[in-house]
Ligand binder design. Structure first.
Ligand code: DGY
Length: 439
């Protein structure tokens, strides 16, 4: 049984303090030592918590991210606002200078992207906004257009053969860097020509809680391959030895497109609402191909090998965000969520806790992450399971109140893992506390 959180005011105060400390002026670093730049989906989640105490600053967080959108529409996964060699790989390793829109000001970016949660974040801010304020309508309109261009980029660059779902070409794009989902696809990534490098993450975090060196070699090999193609996104999908269809990633894109359609409707942008709805409908039908009846959940598809994965990760539960409540598969997904929480009660495990591959402390191979819990809390509410959503919120908050604002948590014990004073954990704490107050 997970204990109840007692001092919620103190938790809120600490969370706000962390977000203020990690604020670098217009953008927030995920954690000062481990991730000292702006990360795409971190910023989107961070904006949600910041909005509970400083709405203007929350809008700015999203705007700063969108200012670094490439001409082709991609919003990159890291924006290197300032030099800091505590992180590897830095801007010189990515070598994207020609494509970064603020390269002339010395602000470079990475060359890959991250899960598209900007649409959901925009709607969350928008829904708490005074809709008569013309300045805010303008700000929302600009972000809406940026997100729409990004989503169209996904269709063009990551589904170039029109199969209906978008691919990731690097595990870092999934946000679930070293998930068991990628093990098989990564075997096709050669490392014999890898240039020497030194990782820095294990200077800050216990190596047992991070991806292995073998994973890192493949992450770096992919980066070097893409760089050798001059970051021409139009060729990378077909050139990459790693090309995976992640149900979780596609579910985020669908949910974000539905968010864009609603915001566009409110702003009188019916053209954009129609486009976003069409994209979401197309992807939702295509998701059927990822349903894995043997598992009773969704699983990944390897576009290079043409094979389906039989691994059960939390990525395969995230389509709860995309299915309609009348779809019988949503009942099966929710039964799995409940079962996983019975076995591993602190948040939701990132890998089936009854599977052999489950590792409760190693990054995305088992630990629970508050941002994923937040996504699924929304999915559970949409499917009428407020009871399970509350259980997930309570167990997430308990992990934080007993172990601090850590990057992720052991789902069996609630032990804190990875980075400390982590922005998205602070932000999700604020978002969950706000949800509890609204209930
Ligand atoms: C890292 O460096 O661990 C990041 O997850 C890449 O985005």
């Amino acid at each position: 049984m997970v204990p109840q959180v007692k001092d919620t005011d103190e938790l809120r105060r600490q969370a706000e303090q962390i977000l203020e400390d990690n604020d670098r002026g217009g953008y927030t670093v995920p954690s000062s030592m481990l991730y000292p730049f702006q990360w795409n989906w971190d910023s989107c989640f961070t904006a949600l918590g910041v909005h509970t105490f400083d709405p203007d600053r929350a809008w700015r967080e999203l705007e700063t991210l969108a200012e670094h959108q490439w001409d082709d529409g991609m919003i990159p996964h890291i924006v290197f606002h300032e030099g800091d060699d505590r992180y590897f790989p830095g801007p010189a390793v990515w070598g994207t200078s020609g494509q970064s829109p603020r390269a002339a000001d010395g602000i470079l970016t990475s060359g890959i992207t991250q899960p598209p949660v900007l649409g959901m974040a925009l709607e969350a801010l928008w829904s708490r906004t005074d809709l008569d304020d013309p300045a805010l309508r303008q700000r929302a309109m600009r972000l809406l257009d940026a997100a729409d261009r990004w989503h169209q980029w996904f269709v063009n660059a990551r589904d170039p053969h029109g199969q209906g779902l978008v691919a990731i070409i690097h595990p870092w794009e999934s946000g679930r860097d070293n998930s068991v989902d990628w093990d098989e696809g990564l075997t096709a990534v050669r490392t014999d020509r890898l240039l020497p490098y030194r990782r820095r993450d294990t200077d800050h975090v216990d190596a047992g809680q991070r991806p292995t060196d073998a994973d890192y070699d493949r992450f770096m090999s992919l980066l070097q391959t893409f760089r050798s193609h001059g970051w021409a996104q139009s060729v990378l999908h077909d050139a990459s030895p790693f090309c995976m269809i992640d149900p979780g990633f596609n579910a985020c894109l669908i949910a974000s497109d539905r968010s864009l359609a609603r915001v566009a409707g409110g702003l009188g942008r019916s053209d954009l609402a129609t486009r976003a709805t069409l994209r979401a409908d197309t992807m939702t039908s295509a998701l059927d191909a990822l349903w894995n009846p043997g598992l009773g959940q969704f699983s990944c598809w390897n576009r290079v090998a043409g094979t389906r994965s039989d691994n059960a990760s939390v990525g395969g539960l995230l389509p709860l965000l995309a299915l309609s409540p009348s779809d019988p598969r949503s009942t099966l997904l929710m039964a799995r969520i409940e079962r996983w929480m019975d076995v591993a009660p602190f948040g939701l495990a990132s890998q089936d806790p009854t599977s052999e591959a489950f590792d409760p402390v190693r990054y995305w191979r088992g630990p629970s992450w508050l941002v994923v819990n937040w996504l699924l809390v929304n999915g559970l509410h949409a499917h009428g399971r407020a009871d399970l959503a509350s259980r997930l919120i309570e167990s997430s908050l308990t992990s934080v109140s007993t172990s601090g604002f850590r990057e992720y948590f052991n789902p069996m014990t609630g032990q804190g893992l990875g980075g400390h004073r982590f922005s998205w954990t602070a932000s999700m704490t604020l978002a969950f506390l706000a949800k509890l107050r609204r209930c």
